[in-house]
Structure formats: structure tokens, C-alpha cells
Design a protein around this ligand. Sequence first.
Ligand SMILES: Nc1ncnc2c1ncn2[C@@H]1O[C@H](COP(=O)(O)OP(=O)(O)OP(=O)(O)O)[C@@H](O)[C@H]1O
Length: 459
Amino acid sequence: MTKEQWGALQEQICRTIGQNNYKTWIEPLRFRGMTNEGVMTLQAPTNFFGTYVSQNFGDMLLAQISTVDASVRRLNFQAGISEPKREKQETQKPAPLAEAEPASPATTAKDQSLPGAPLDMRFTFDTFVVGKPNELAHAAARRVAEGGPVTFNPLFLYGGVGLGKTHLMHAIAWELSQRNPNATVLYLSAEQFMYRFVQALRERKMMDFKEMFRSVDVLMVDDVQFIAGKDSTQEEFFHTFNALVDQNKQIIISADRAPDEIKDLENRIRSRLQSGLVVDLHPTDYELRLGILQSKVEGYRGMHPGLQIDDGVLEFLAHRISTNVRVLEGALTRLFAFASLVGKPINMDLVQDSLADVLRASERKISIDEIQRRVAEHYNIRLSDMIGPKRVRNFARPRQVAMYLCKQLTSRSLPEIGRRFGGRDHTTVMHGVRRIEELRLQDGQIDEDVEMLRRALEA
Ligand SMILES: Nc1ncnc2c1ncn2[C@@H]1O[C@H](COP(=O)(O)OP(=O)(O)OP(=O)(O)O)[C@@H](O)[C@H]1O
């Protein structure tokens, strides 16, 4: 995002929220820059102002911004009077530490004397929706956030893109700081750690660096896979880590994969990372996606009581849009923005109009062939028997499971699925799908089989 792009968006934003809101809340904001990690900083006249805009217009702004620049992931509001010189610099290529060193207090962060990254106010435990795929990670995060004696050190959270690692890390940081305002909780990305380290080396301030990192009560490092292959940074990280563990200080780490899957990581670091509790965030399932959408809608409705959403819209989105929660949220905020722009309720037509690209991009790539193959393997039957005419139970049940998964995971119609199962009629497919739906509620084994297959296919 550039200052010019932000400028060009103003008219659209004004149309969306109306002249009055625009003049009061958006016009006074100043573009301040953008980091490599997708955090865009806007300067607000006061802290309160920034907080208000973040809470009331944050989602709308992100939705609007995403129509121009999809790399913007978070907004950071800084309070302060504008400094024309800085403004110029910040329209240049983003500096990695622009986010970590706010020039003035950021409303997304508590006042920090340490070089941590700002915490997003929306990322709390209250706004984190818990479901099967993330319940362990959530429970572990909760436990650490209670403070008290350090039981597992480090807590290592990992999972794919947009599954809530950063959200949980921020939630822990907020909770810990609230429970113990005197504790120094330092949250930063591994990239920022490296940047700090390099800067200390360059400025010959290694003693200060070491002292600073060793004096925190809780150290949280996000996206630790970043230091893989960066030998001196790893070395320094290792020493920092050991010094803190020796002092019984809590360390929380996140990564996009498990410690033993991070390549080019020194073995001693890998084993250190594995020495506490390692928990993963699984890809979201349908229920969790629906829960997240419902919770977002509830939040939005608090500010826009007139919001109308047709039945089935959220279910459709939860079903069709990827496991990445960021993409899911982006789709919903875009929908809110479009609905308010055209002043219409949110229905399937609006979904198709405003989210055509997202729906196309998230079109499931899973094929019927693949499903049939996997299911046949799982039940140890031949593919030809699954597709063939035999109606014995040993073949019929796996066949129904496969039909059910085809319906769930592909956008193929019932007649088309029927054709691919040896030319069966669409009513046979429908019957099979219903039967599995019923069995999932009554028979734990079937439920488990289907869930396992679905995960394997979606992985
Ligand atoms: N369980 C959840 N409940 C509510 N919101 C969630 C949940 N999981 C993720 N989100 C939201 O999805 C978005 C992406 O989450 P987050 O930034 O924490 O992902 P991440 O795992 O750190 O991804 P990355 O690897 O890209 O950094 C955030 O806006 C976050 O609030």
C-alpha cells in the first residue's frame, strides 16, 4: 500500500460510510507506512481516536484496502501530530522495523520501552473461536496466559498460514500484561529479532542487546522458521533462549511447521524448541469456520444493528472458502463493505457478485478420482468394486462415504457425481449422502473415518 493508493481509496470509503462518518473519523487519518509483514500504519490525532476507528471501522477499512492491496493484513493506529518529514520517508519501501518502533504511542500497543511489535487489540481470547482443530493449542495458550509457575517451556505453537498463531500469541501477551502489569512481556517476530541483532552488531551495542533480551519476563517470538539458515542469529537466539530458561522465564514460540520440519535449523536449537510443549493448530474444519463467521457477524451487528444476512450465506462461505481464516475473514469484510455500499441485504446474489474471485480461487482442487481412490484404500477395497454395481455392504458403505465426500469437497452436482460412480442416478447419490450424514451422528467409527479422510484429502 502506498500513500497514493490510500489517497485514491478515500472517495470509495466516503461512499461506504457516509460523508459525516468519513469527515469525522477517516479524513483526519494520515498514512504512515507499511511493513514487510503487511501491517499498515495510520496516524490518528489521539489514542482514543485511533482506538475508536480501529474498533468501529477497522474491518471496513481492511476490506476496502484489500480491494487495492491484498498484502495488507493488519492496521496499526499511531497517535501523534503529523511530522511532514517522516511522512515522506514512510512512503518509501517499508523498513522492517517500522512496526516495531512506533514513533509515538500506538493504540494497538501498550507503552513499550522494549522494542517489541505492537499487539493487535482485536486478538484476545474473547475473540478467539475454539473448535476441534485448535482446542489443544487454545488450552495450552490459556494455561500459559494464567502466569504462575512455568510448567512447559517453551510453548511451541505451529500451524499453517492464517490459522490463528499470531492471534493466540497476542492473546497470551494481553492476558499476561493484564494479570501482571509489571511483567515485561516482549512479543516480536523472528525477523525483528534478527534485525535487532544485526543492528546491535553494527552499532557495537551487543551488551545492551543481550541485557535487554535477558531482562524480560516473557519472550514471545513469532514465525521462528525465519531464522533457519541464518547462523549468527540462531546462535544469538540460542543463548538468549538458554539464559531465559535458566531464569525460569516463560518463552513462547510460533512457527509455520513443527520443529523437526524446519530445515537448516541447528540441532541444538531444534531440540531446545522441542523441550517444552509442542502443539499445533490444525486446518480449520467446517464447524470452526462457521463459528468464526458467526462470531464476526455478531461483532459487526453490534455496530450495525440493521445488518441482514440471508439464511445459508454463512454456511455457504464456511463450506466454500479455504481453511485459512484470514481469507475467510477477508471475504466476510468484503461482503459487509459491498452490502453497505449498495445498501442491500447480504444474500447469495451479493455473495456471487462480490466474491466471485475469492470463490474461484478457493474452488476446491480435490477431484472425484482422488476421493474414490483414497476411500477405496482406506476401506481396503478395489476401486472397481466401489464404482461397480455390487450392492453388498462391504462396498456400499465406502461408496456412500465417497459420495458424501464428493458432495462436501467438490463443487460437482449430484447427477455428475452419480455418473462418476458407475452411472448411478442422482437420487442414489442423495440417498448415500443423507445416510452418511445420519450415520455420522450415530456411529462414532464412521464419523471418525469420514473426518480422517476429509482431513487427508484437504491436507
Ligand atoms: N479461531 C479463531 N477465531 C477467531 N479468529 C481467528 C481464529 N483463527 C484465526 N483467526 C483470525 O484469522 C486471521 C489470521 O490469523 P493469524 O494472523 O493469527 O494467523 P497466523 O497463523 O499467525 O498466520 P501466518 O502464518 O500467516 O502469520 C486473524 O485476523 C485472526 O484474528
